[in-house]
Write a protein that binds this ligand. Structure first.
Ligand SMILES: NC(=O)c1ccc[n+]([C@@H]2O[C@H](COP(=O)([O-])OP(=O)(O)OC[C@H]3O[C@@H](n4cnc5c(N)ncnc54)[C@H](OP(=O)(O)O)[C@@H]3O)[C@@H](O)[C@H]2O)c1
Length: 261
């Protein structure tokens, strides 16, 4: 959608979500920021206001489905949302061992249920208006399961596939759906990685690419190209060819917040 006027972003308190909020913030635009950390959200909100945007913010855990849904419906009733970006997410890996059950479930709860909790309350409303855009944050990790981060890869694969399906399902209702698949972006999420991240990109640049892709209603916004091509190829090749190499790839550290708060 070109020039959305009301944009809701989850995970707006840091990283890509923060960069997207700053990218969209301008006069005549309302940005609605969702995250859990009030201090960081306040700081993003202040920067958005400096750019002339109207700002609403809320500290909400996206896994709190019922409360989140009621809040979203209230917000959409007073400020109909043009573009929702379901961006909040967490990641964690195996650190080389197994992945604890608690971590797996928390990653699925935030990355999959959290995305559904963000977009489902808005679909019927957008359908009624025959207007709206939904952007789902997946990852290049969606193209092949990596042994170092099983739950993260699986959660992002689910989001990617769901978004691709929704796009076709909702097109007749006039709703645009895009799936975002970034490679390595410099954020709090990747700063814990103790390995070299190829083609690491700054969050501001990533946000500009995403905004441009959403304005063009691209089905898949995947970048940077070299990492996208590598992810696509690894996913396309037979597992017997890729498994031995994948088993030697670096392992992401375990999640630091596996417990549900
Ligand atoms: N960085 C990368 O290389 C990369 C690559 C591909 C995809 N992604 C995806 O991009 C998205 C943003 O990640 P990032 O890299 O920008 O990391 P980040 O800086 O850690 O940002 C994650 C955001 O999600 C929010 N969040 C986490 N759990 C939440 C919950 N339960 N409820 C509400 N908000 C929650 C965090 O807010 P609070 O801390 O305030 O809760 C924060 O604003 C994620 O979905 C991630 O998987 C990142």
């Amino acid at each position: 959608m070109k020039d959305p006027k009301v944009i809701l972003i989850t995970g707006a308190s840091s990283g890509i979500g923060e960069a997207l909020a700053l990218e969209y913030a301008t006069e005549g635009v309302t940005v609605i920021l969702v995250g859990r950390d009030l201090d960081r959200l306040d700081s993003v909100a202040a920067q958005c206001r400096d750019f002339g945007a109207e700002v609403r913010l809320a500290t909400i855990d996206v896994t709190e489905g019922k409360f989140f849904s009621q809040w979203l419906e209230g917000v959409d009733s007073t400020t109909p949302i043009d573009l929702v970006i379901a961006n909040a997410g967490i990641s964690g890996g195996t650190s080389g061992g197994g992945e604890p059950d608690e971590q797996v479930r928390r990653i699925f709860a935030v990355n999959v249920d959290g995305v559904l909790n963000t977009v489902h309350p808005l679909i019927a409303r957008m359908t009624e208006r025959r207007r709206g855009q939904i952007a789902l944050m997946s990852s290049l990790a969606a193209f092949r399961g990596f042994p170092g981060a099983p739950a993260y890869c699986a959660s992002k694969a689910a989001v990617r596939s769901y978004g691709e399906s929704l796009r076709g399902a909702l097109a007749p209702d006039g709703i645009e759906v895009s799936v975002i698949c970034p490679g390595f972006i410099r954020t709090r999420m990747t700063e814990v990685n103790g390995f070299k991240m190829p083609f690491l990109m700054e969050a501001g640049r990533a946000a500009r690419i995403v905004k441009r892709g959403l304005a063009r209603n691209k089905a898949r916004i995947a970048f940077p190209f070299p990492t996208y091509f590598a992810a696509w190829l690894i996913g396309a090749l037979a597992p017997t060819l890729t498994d031995p190499w994948l088993r030697r790839t670096p392992k992401k550290p375990a999640l630091e917040e596996p417990k549900a708060e």
